[in-house]
Design a protein around this ligand. Structure first.
Ligand code: F6P
Length: 362
């Protein structure tokens, strides 16, 4: 009998999700003669009646889909099945409704494409069912454990690097310090990679304890050496590291209200150095783009392996990329173990070797 597998994308979108969906549906069709059903908006589609889902026709999944950003299935980073926010403000466990939705689809397996949080939720949601679940890691933050790469990271780094390439000439023309705030909810993977590739003078990360005084001193040294502009990259979560912008700001700084770390830093650097500074908050620009070749390749390789695992009767595993090849690992070894930057790892050491200031010393 023809098997049916489901696929959903969950959590914040990123480039490469459509390429993943395509790889899964094509492998299921060409490799095993299975049908693939795409579930709409992550687990939210399972609450609709009938379930919001559509069969994926392999004939319509041409290569153009792999080039498109976003996810044509839709996604959500809201609506925890076990604590679903209801209109009256209460939280409700709606997991059994989602189980009903899954039964309606008559699936033989489910592939969930998500970050650490989504994979954890999906794993717990599927646990009481007998449905085989395989996770595929995606997040621009690249902080999923047991994989060197998550889908979407390469594209985000390319965009952040291009932003630095564009900020450098305008900063140089106006003798300004240009601060670029990049995403990374808990980790500085995007910041360190883009900072090195884009020639930053300073990179501030949540993983390295930095001091504003060191950054000010580095800018002063650059100016003393004749440089009139500087590029500073700051991860959105780097404010947790030291003089956090969420602490009450004094005097004129009050005007910044709840500004993020990038705005805060530009403001502080301006007062401390006397130089003009401007902040750019890159935000969701890092997520919604045509995927790089690297992300498309990763999506293809991980999507194919996810289907092959279901075909081999495997469940409760995540596919990943490690040491130049595709691997799979038990999901229990992944969830709840966010992979932050190793302070002694290759990228941080490279940045230091290039003379990039990480704020722990001038
Ligand atoms: O986890 C991915 C991510 O893009 C983070 O880098 C960022 O902090 C967060 O999602 C933003 O979420 P939202 O789209 O809900 O603003």
């Amino acid at each position: 009998m023809t098997k049916i597998i489901g696929i959903l994308t969950s959590g914040g979108d990123c480039a490469g999700l459509n390429a993943t969906i395509r790889a899964v549906a094509l492998r299921a069709h060409h490799g095993y003669g299975w049908r693939t059903i795409g579930i709409s908006h992550g687990t939210l589609g399972l609450l609709h009646r009938p379930v919001a889902a559509e069969p994926l026709d392999p004939a319509r999944l041409d290569a153009a889909l792999a080039r498109q950003g976003g996810t044509f299935l839709g996604s959500t980073n809201r609506g925890d099945p076990f604590a679903y926010p209801m209109p009256d403000g209460t939280l409700k466990d709606r997991s059994s409704e989602m189980h009903e939705g899954l039964r309606e689809l008559h699936l033989d397996g489910l592939i969930g494409v998500g970050g650490d949080g989504s994979l954890d939720i999906l794993r717990r949601l599927l646990a009481p069912t007998r449905l085989a679940f395989i996770g595929v890691p995606k997040t621009i933050d690249n902080d999923v454990g047991r994989t060197e790469r998550a889908i979407g990271y390469s594209t985000a780094v390319a965009i952040a690097t291009e932003a630095l390439d564009r900020l450098q000439p305008t900063g140089a023309s106006h003798d300004r310090i240009m601060v670029l705030e990049v995403m990374g909810r808990d980790a500085g993977h995007i910041a360190i990679a883009a900072g090195i590739a884009g020639g930053a003078d300073v990179v501030l990360l949540p993983e390295v304890r930095w001091r504003l005084a060191n950054v000010v001193e580095r800018i002063a040294r650059l100016r003393h050496a004749g440089r009139t502009s500087a590029l500073v990259v700051v991860a959105e979560s780097a404010g947790q590291s030291d003089e956090a912008p969420d602490k009450p700001l004094d005097g004129a700084d009050d005007a910044l209200g709840d500004a993020g770390v990038g705005q805060w830093l530009a403001h502080r650097l301006m007062s401390a150095t006397g130089a003009e500074a401007r902040a750019t908050v890159l935000g969701h620009v890092q997520r919604g783009a045509m995927p790089t070749a690297e992300d498309r390749l990763l999506a293809a390789a991980l999507g194919v392996r996810a289907v092959d695992l279901l075909a081999a009767g495997k469940a409760d595993r995540m596919v990943g990329w490690w040491n130049r090849t595709v691997i799979d690992v038990p999901l229990e070894k992944v969830v709840g173990r966010s992979r932050t930057l190793d302070p002694d790892g290759a990228l941080i050491r490279t940045a230091r070797a290039l003379g990039i200031c990480l704020g722990d010393s001038p």
